[in-house]
Write a protein that binds this ligand. Structure first.
Ligand SMILES: [Fe+2]
Ligand SMILES: [Fe+2]
Length: 300
């Protein structure tokens, strides 16, 4: 239960945003060194610990590393029970490492097809539009004319709580020099479509590090990866992958704003300053007493 002390009412919607699991057939290690099944399992356990009943779990692409049928089946087997326990649907987004026909057949149990994997979700008035920025046979991103026209058509009617776009390739620059080879194309055209629409945020992946930006004035939040992350502590031109700092994001939607909380997936025991008893004690105080108890600096 959430006790409200400040000015903001509880969120209208809570989403879980994770990205880039890059699973392989048979549970093989990615690049021979990253145990991606294990890091996904740890992330899913952390999600179940962090959130009670999210409205959806959004996975922004590179679901499988090589598009293998068994990788999609493994992903489904790992995520489906969590989705069921949390009572939250999974919004799957395709990434450049995915193969649309195998993804459809083995993850979604749908007929295989090379059509873009787009979807529109109505989460109690919050609309999530999943775009497919992948280009079959390539790693860079694009949204072709047909998909852009489809998006414009969807956005012509606003949703009660506004819209979030979910896509793999973020429409933003990276400071890592060679990453621009794989960036999203037709960004000017996309900007024209979303500007002035009810789009309140763009969720993306692909970079394997957390990044926040704006695109056409709209906040963009890139979730890092569950598999391996980019060592952005190194100079831009020497960045490489590392088996550390995996994270996911909690997206809290309120009428006033949307917050994206980066949740590190780590094994650490926190201290117990803010115990349930402490919160209960605060709840019994008047607002002025609470301010005295928690905001007043000692001796001032
Ligand atoms: Fe990726
Ligand atoms: Fe990617």
């Amino acid at each position: 239960m959430t006790v409200q002390f400040g000015r903001y009412a509880p969120p209208t919607h809570t989403l879980v945003h994770l990205s880039d699991p890059h699973l392989l057939a048979g549970g093989a290690a990615l690049g021979g060194r990253f145990d991606v099944d294990r890091t996904l399992a740890r992330t899913l356990a952390a999600i179940e610990n962090a959130v009670e009943r999210p409205d959806a779990i959004v996975v922004t692409g590179d679901l499988a590393d090589l598009g293998e049928p068994d990788a999609y089946r493994r992903l489904r087997a790992a995520v489906e029970p969590v989705s069921e326990r949390l009572g939250a649907p999974v919004i799957w987004v395709a990434g450049n490492h995915d193969e649309r026909p195998a993804l459809r057949e083995h993850l979604l149990a749908a007929p295989p097809s090379e059509d873009p994997l787009t979807a529109v979700w109505d989460l109690n008035g919050l609309r999530v539009i999943a775009l497919d920025s992948t280009v079959p046979g390539w790693h860079h991103g694009d949204l072709d004319e047909a998909q852009r026209a489809w998006l414009a058509e969807q956005l012509a009617t606003p949703a009660p709580h506004g819209t979030l776009l979910a896509m793999h390739h973020p429409p933003v620059p990276s400071h890592i020099p060679f990453f621009d080879i794989l960036e999203l194309r037709h960004q000017d055209e996309l900007a024209e479509i979303v500007r002035g629409s009810d789009v309140r945020g763009i969720l993306a992946g692909h970079l394997h590090y957390s990044l926040h930006a704006t695109f056409a004035g709209i906040p963009v939040s890139v979730a890092s990866a569950t598999c391996y992350t980019m060592d952005v502590a190194s100079p831009g031109d020497r960045v490489n992958g590392m088996d550390a700092a995996q994270s996911f994001q909690l997206v809290h939607v309120r009428p006033e704003t949307i917050t994206h909380t980066v949740v590190p997936v780590v094994e650490a025991t926190p201290v117990d300053t803010f115990s349930p008893e402490w919160v209960a004690r605060m709840a019994q105080l008047t607002p002025q007493q609470r301010l005295e108890a928690f905001s007043r600096k000692p001796g001032r």
